[in-house]
Write a protein that binds this ligand. Structure first.
Ligand code: PEP
Length: 247
């Protein structure tokens, strides 16, 4: 039998979707049942309970989580709230959180450890800015982001890493296949050398569309993709899904 890889495709909704649009998306995407594919939907907090309790073939994640456990922190959404509404895990360290909301590597580390403590899955986003890439600092930045986020972490079975170059997110310009292969090799080597972890689950994110899905599928050994805008229209997302499962 062919040893087929189980791909992961994660849709990051960001601050989009009404409840009606969200129901439409789940209705269409949940009809796609492929044994070699795991679909994750990282959706806004208010919708988590509704979808986590209704659709069992799409794993519902949050896009963020508080670094505090509870108390006088107006507006924060904590691990115990999210667990009580059935979420499966959370994205941590998305570049929009890092850059627009000033999340430091230390805060990201706190979030990772809270998720570990609660045996909950983590999609850890890492990635360099354009300036850092131009200055030849990509490897340094990725190394620092990984090492600081995972200080005190040991439950690698809970972890998925998403390499998302900041300059490729939402710009329509994905990384070149050559640079992606280099980054993949570098990230995998950090996990092997520093943590003794072979085959860390590794996704790419940043302007993934149908065409770039083919690059990931056919020119890398990545485990899938984290996808923003190209996943918001369910039929577009379906086309990307088909590239991973039908080629
Ligand atoms: C993202 O938000 O993680 C992302 C990769 O967005 P886009 O696919 O729109 O670049």
């Amino acid at each position: 039998m062919l040893d087929r890889k189980k791909y992961i495709l994660a849709s990051n909704w960001k601050a989009n979707f009404t409840l009606e649009e969200a129901i439409n998306w789940f209705e269409i995407v949940s009809r796609l049942n492929y044994p070699d594919l795991r679909i994750i939907a990282a959706i806004p907090y208010p919708y988590i309970h509704y979808f986590a309790t209704r659709y069992n073939n799409i794993d519902v994640f949050s896009q963020n989580i508080s670094h505090v456990l509870g108390g006088a922190y107006t507006g924060e959404v904590t691990i115990s709230m999210l667990k009580s509404v059935g979420f499966r895990g959370s994205i941590v360290g998305h570049s929009e959180r890092r850059h627009l909301f000033n999340e430091s590597n230390q805060i990201i580390n706190k979030k990772v450890l809270i998720l570990q403590e609660n045996s909950t899955e983590i999609i850890l986003c890492i990635g360099e800015t354009l300036e850092e890439r131009k200055e030849g600092k990509t490897e340094r930045v990725l190394y620092d982001q990984i090492i600081s986020a995972l200080n005190g972490f040991s439950r690698f079975e809970l972890l998925t890493v998403a390499y998302e170059p900041v300059w490729a997110i939402g710009t329509g310009i994905p990384i070149s296949p050559h640079d992606l292969t280099e980054a993949e090799r570098f990230i995998r080597k950090i996990f092997e050398d520093k943590f003794g972890v072979k085959n860390i689950i590794l996704l790419y994110g940043g302007s993934v569309d149908k065409e770039f899905a083919k690059v990931i599928r056919n020119q890398t050994t990545l485990d899938g993709a984290l996808i923003g805008s190209a996943s918001w229209k369910p039929h577009n997302f379906e086309e990307i899904i088909r590239i991973f499962v039908e080629h």
